[in-house]
Design a protein around this ligand. Structure first.
Ligand SMILES: [Zn+2]
Length: 133
């Protein structure tokens, strides 16, 4: 059983990194307001939308980003297998806890062999909607 507090702390640390990077970038512009920040989150990161949104509200308080909307886009996990040349999604298991996270099975769904993750690990900002002075 994962402690919900610990789970949110994980999201807070990720969001803090994103928010700091955005704020740093915004220093280059004469921004009066930020309306939205779009992020791409790979399903490998196991970050929950609700927790991310909550963390965003907390972390952006008293910053230029306060009140802006966080748009979360998901990147599906894609893997390749050397042994059988499989290329596609991984098998996902329901975690069964409160988060409704899906746990990726890190072996080839075709042959059970070793796989390499080629997509789904993203955790980045894709766009920021700003109003310049
Ligand atoms: Zn395989």
């Amino acid at each position: 059983m994962i402690n919900p507090y610990t789970a949110v702390v994980h999201e807070v640390s990720v969001i803090s990194g994103i928010v700091n990077a955005v704020l740093e970038e915004l220093e280059k512009y004469d921004v009066i307001k930020v309306s939205a920040v779009d992020i791409l989150i790979g399903d490998m990161t196991m970050l929950g939308d609700e927790q991310l949104t909550f963390a965003y509200e907390v972390v952006t308080r008293d910053t230029l980003l306060e009140g802006s909307k966080l748009n979360i886009e998901h990147e599906s996990i894609r893997v390749t297998c050397d042994a059988c040349k499989y290329d596609g999604p991984v098998k996902l298991l329901e975690s069964g806890d409160y988060t409704s996270h899906k746990i990726p099975v890190m072996s080839c769904p075709e042959c059970g062999g070793h796989i390499e993750v080629v997509a789904g690990q993203s955790c980045c900002v894709t766009s920021v909607d700003i109003e310049e002075a």
